[in-house]
Design a protein around this ligand. Sequence first.
Ligand code: NA7
Length: 463
Amino acid sequence: MGAKVAVINYVTPTPKGTKWGLGGTCVNVGCIPNKLMHEATIMGDTLNEAKCYGWKLPASEHITHNWCVLTEAIQNQIKSVNWTTRVELKESKVDYINGFGRFKSPHEISVKKNDGETVDLSAEYILIAVGGRPRYPNIPGALDFGITSDDIFSLKKPPGKTMIVGAGYVGLECAGFLNGLGYDTTVLVRSVVLRGFDQQMAQIITSALQDKGVKFEFKFTPKSIIKQPNNKLLFSWQNKNNQISSDYFDTVLFAIGRQPPTRDMLLENAGVKISEENDKLLTENEQTNVPHIFGVGDVLFNKPELTPVAIQAGQLLAKRLFGKEEDKKCFMDYNNVATTVFTPAKYACIGYSEENALQTFGSENIEVYHSNFKPTEYFIPKKPTQHCYIKVITKRNERKEVIGMHIIGPHAAEIMQGFAAAMKCGLTMDILSDTVGIHPTVAEEFTRVNITKRSGFSCVPSS
Ligand code: NA7
């Protein structure tokens, strides 16, 4: 758009010393490596199922997985994206400065570069897009012996028996792939699994993970990690009644939420306000209280921590600042953003959870359509289908506007993307029912769902 731009980027190494290149969380230690691990897991399942389709393979006990081959392949992929990003910046004539930026004044940033040199830059506009980093609990041994999602994707040796602390979506996704790759995996849950998500769907995901062999310890918090002479980690956890349990693990992974590095950025020198609750930027339409300083992405208070949200918000902001007159009113719509949880039982959703819909509109004003479905993919390997479930939440008025869609089953995220566009167009239950399905697919289940929870009829198909 013609603006002169500099990007300041610096990755503070984790307590374990892990660091990475350009591109942020998603590319380096988030969505991309997680999806690649997830694919590796699904491939393991597919190998086992292939025999039912006539493929001749070695006996299951001879099919093994090599952690180092996978992490090396993932790291090579990441490095190629880091490189491409760097080239793209160069081609766009964006100055890239590898250093940590701190505010000197409202228009000035002082950058401490990797080589120790300090450079000062000034700008008309400043965009803060520093994301967040995993938090560690304040317990003995956490920083010395624990790891986080910032370390797992480049771990040099197999993680072995692993305790995952935290049952948000980072914790569950890690549990899904570690268990799927053959590691003994336990999840420590403080309150509920996937707080903030539809809890019926969260329970189905939990039970699907349990069926795969993931263990859950409910209503516990971490207490300590003590390294043993044989390098095993003695991890202890406790409940509200101070009952303590402990066990030996090879890896303890913390997935207890993320925190932005705003405190280190000396925002006070620019007068930028952050939330007392979690250090995130308080913004309106991505603008902080200082009019020329903006924020996008995970660093924003109360906004979804999702890469495509950050990208969209950033593009719209650039248009508003530097674009044509007609672009000046393009604002980011943070509502109805579809998302997914890549556990082996894939989950995707958009809009209201059932409990949020009930709370917002009241039970008399919403309808919940649901179905337990049987994917064709499951027929021949005779996979259990009790975890394949969809739910459509509508308003209970003449329009029957769809306000929430949820699915657990194969290809969930791929399916939800299209329905997200339909919801943007004002999808109603009548339109959904009037849509002809593509047969035989999982997606068509959304066009067939017609049993309401209110009716009390079974949502399990007879065949
Ligand atoms: P989330 O979604 O904030 O989940 C954090 C989980 O960790 C959640 O289950 C918390 O339990 C639990 N938690 C938080 N603090 C503790 C302590 N001190 N001890 C034990 N358990 C704890 O974070 P994620 O890292 O999974 O995901 C963050 C974002 O990154 C997410 O929105 C994605 O977009 C990617 P709680 O429910 O609070 O009791």
